[in-house]
Ligand binder design. Structure first.
Ligand SMILES: CSCC[C@H](NC(C)=O)C(=O)N[C@@H](C)C(=O)N[C@@H](CO)C(=O)O
Length: 693
């Protein structure tokens, strides 16, 4: 089945949906962060294309929590606004790299995010705090309104002036080098050091000064003067409601080239610090205070070993004594993002469950967690202060993220969608949930997107999409991997959750632990086998695609079977040994794979590069040079190995994208190139080279 690509039709012909034309797709508003005030005002961050269509820019919009009035835009600036949080007086704090209208000169050079406040009654936002290295994040105390900020700081800089002077010294001397004495040295897409993150106490947001008057820069107190490489004071902070205590997850050395995180508590008046939860066998993070500030709930992530995958649970911690108890013992899912209820008697949290990312509730006085939502994937959970409602962002394959209201007392509910600028009116096809049974009896759940018109008379070509992680699952909307863009071009897209996927229990993860080429691969084939039996799917025209771990698996598929007509592999792992030594956090992988020198077995059995000679399927390799998670060496070596063997292949290389392709222009050519490659090999059409690459 082939459908005309609206992109090739006259530009003024109306497209049936925004997924038919990549320009329309890029222009869909994208809803991000959500924040609820104590008096029930709701704000979301919405990304739209800038006038030049070179980047997506985020602005803050107010949403009616009752769902009666349309959302309206609160902020407007070229660099955009993000990370909204309400202060108890009703002012709205956010970060933005917008210029300060009061500033006489731009001391900072390249604009960096600063802390801004919009007054309670609306009007002009004002600059609260700027730092040369930018404001990386902040926390507001729910009752007192005290503020703590995260800012990157040069070693030994006691104040903002010294920090600025040290940065200038390096710049003037043309020095960008960093001397490391600990592991790791990079994170995601940036180098670590020499500046590291510090936590500063701002206290109350200083009052506004009359227009035209130069206010004194606010006084900051460094709560973490000892913060050092590689990660400084971390990037996760929360304040007790009265602002007296600050909890943060702190990164500490754990064996040679290893790290783990622990929870520390600081007295914000004295800076005195004590370790609240430190477990040599676990990472501790995500601390949230109870409304009375006497307890904390946090996530304990039992570290994986060669034999066992990680496991997660929620800890309820007494702030005074540090005594911790397991709130979700026996719950065979991985809880995250916990929040107390308004009266402190319950904790709400999120967890992957059966192809969903649901909201759960667990009572402090015992009992098993209860699932509150039926379908969809939730994030940005907010608890109303009067206990009447929860607010969150909900997405799924039926919708991108939209703000919703959730009843805290109802189970397995469909939430109320609140008016917002990101709702999609029509999708180019339909969504089904399907399942298959593996040889060992395990159930393999999948999402199947079907294009309009797919039928026995007009069976759709099939794309197998393989998720990354691998410890995650297909359950939420992704703008980077949006199946509807392919459905609008006539493809069915199968998104299976094979062994190692989250939300199906610990045993389901164990099935694939250390054996990526085993059950995770055979589960995917089981899912494909079941779907190609359907009359509305064309079993002869299929392709496999994946990114990151999904790219690993796409490579593995290429070495194991010739059943697909094409393979697309993005940011993929090719040589597991080389990858483990060069990724930004080797310790994350070494636990599962073992020391590459002393325990080579798993590397040898599961590394696709060792089976390169078996590849016959045409491959599209995609990689970004700023990818420090799966470094570019993986893509380069894969490309070389394919070229040496004469495998029909193409390499879409992004010199300045990271693990993800994020700019509108590059996103457009990503989809264009993938669509052209699939059209050639799956649909048998002539190769059409995308114009701009
Ligand atoms: C919770 S999934 C594990 C994430 C993993 N973390 C580290 C420290 O390496 C990771 O980044 N895995 C990548 C190889 C990957 O597959 N990433 C996927 C999912 O995050 C992606 O789409 O980028």
């Amino acid at each position: 089945m082939s459908q005309p690509d609206a992109a090739t039709e006259p530009a003024d012909a109306p497209a049936p949906t925004p997924f038919h034309r990549l320009a329309d797709y890029a222009a869909i508003p994208r809803v991000g962060g959500l924040a609820l005030s104590r008096d029930g005002r709701l704000v979301i961050a919405v990304q739209t294309l800038d006038p030049e269509k070179k980047k997506w820019v985020s602005a803050l919009w107010e949403v009616d929590p009752e769902g009666r009035r349309p959302a309206h835009r609160l902020t407007r600036s070229a660099p955009g606004e993000s990370s909204p949080a309400w202060a108890p007086d009703g002012s709205l704090l956010f970060t933005s790299a917008r210029p300060d209208p009061e500033a006489t000169a731009d001391k900072n050079g390249e604009p960096k995010p600063a802390l801004w406040a919009l007054p309670p009654g609306g009007g002009e936002a004002r600059l609260v705090l700027a730092r040369t290295g930018g404001v990386a994040g902040f926390a507001v105390a729910a009752d007192s309104g005290h503020v703590a900020v995260l800012a990157s700081t040069m070693p030994g800089a006691a104040d903002a002036e010294a920090d600025e002077a040290r940065r200038k010294e390096r710049k003037d001397a043309g020095v960008s080098a960093v001397l490391h004495e600990s592991y790791p040295v990079r994170f995601w897409d940036h180098d670590l050091g020499p500046a590291v993150s510090h936590v500063y106490w701002l206290g109350q947001v200083p009052p506004e000064v009359p227009a035209g008057t130069a206010g004194e820069p606010p006084e900051l107190r460094d709560l973490t003067p000892e913060a050092g490489p590689p990660h400084g004071a971390g990037d996760e902070i929360s304040l007790s409601p009265d602002g007296r205590l600050l909890a943060r997850s702190e990164d500490v050395p754990d064996g040679p080239a290893g790290r783990r995180s622990r929870l520390v508590l600081q007295d914000t008046a004295t800076g005195e610090t004590r370790v609240l939860v430190d477990d040599p066998l676990a990472d501790i993070h995500g601390g949230a205070f109870s409304p009375d500030g006497r307890s904390l709930v946090c996530v304990r992530e039992a570290m994986s070993t060669y034999a066992e995958p990680p496991d997660y649970t929620l800890l309820l911690v007494d702030v005074e004594s540090g005594r911790a108890s397991d709130l979700t013992a026996g719950f065979d899912r991985w809880p995250s993002a916990p929040q107390f209820s308004a009266d402190g008697s319950t904790v709400y949290f999120l967890a992957d469950d059966d192809g969903r990312h649901a909201i759960f509730r667990v009572d402090l006085d015992g009992g098993q967690p209860v699932r509150l939502t039926e379908d969809g994937a939730y994030s940005d959970l907010q608890v109303a202060r009067d206990g009447s409602a929860l607010f969150a962002l909900r997405s799924g394959y039926d919708s991108p993220a939209v703000p919703v209201r959730v009843d805290p007392t109802a189970e397995r509910q469909q939430p109320v969608v609140l008016p917002n600028p990101g709702t999609i009116e029509r999708l180019p096809g339909r969504l089904e949930e399907v399942e298959a049974v593996a040889a060992d009896g395990a159930r393999v759940q999948s999402w199947l997107v079907l294009p309009e018109g797919a039928s026995a008379d007009n069976p759709a070509p099939l794309l197998l999409w393989i998720h990354g992680g691998p410890l995650m699952s297909w359950n939420s909307w992704s703008w980077r991997w949006c199946p509807w863009v392919l459905a609008a071009r006539g493809y069915a897209v199968l998104m299976p959750n094979p062994a190692l996927s989250q939300g199906f229990g610990q045993d389901f993860v164990r099935r694939g632990w250390g054996e990526w080429g085993g059950a995770p691969y055979t589960d995917l084939m089981t899912a494909v086998d079941a779907v190609v039996e359907r009359p509305d799917i064309d079993a002869d025209r299929t392709a496999a695609m994946g990114g990151s771990f999904g790219g690993y698996m796409a490579n593995w598929v290429a070495t194991q079977t010739d059943r697909f007509r094409a393979i697309v592999t993005h940011a993929s792992l090719w040589d597991l040994d080389a990858f483990t030594g060069t990724t930004d956090a080797a310790y994350y992988w070494e636990k599962e794979w073992g020391d590459p020198l002393r325990e080579p077995k798993r590397y040898e059995q599961n590394s696709p590069h060792r089976f390169a000679d078996a590849i016959r399927t045409p491959m599209l390799v995609i990689h970004g040079d700023k990818d420090y998670r799966v470094p570019i060496g993986e893509g380069l070596r894969l490309w070389y190995d394919l070229q040496k063997r004469g495998v029909p292949s193409k390499f879409l290389y992004f010199p300045d994208e990271n693990h993800w392709v994020l700019t509108p222009g590059n996103t457009g050519v990503w989809y264009e190139t993938v669509i052209a490659f699939l059209a050639e090999h799956v649909l048998g059409e002539e190769w059409q080279r995308p114009e701009l690459v």
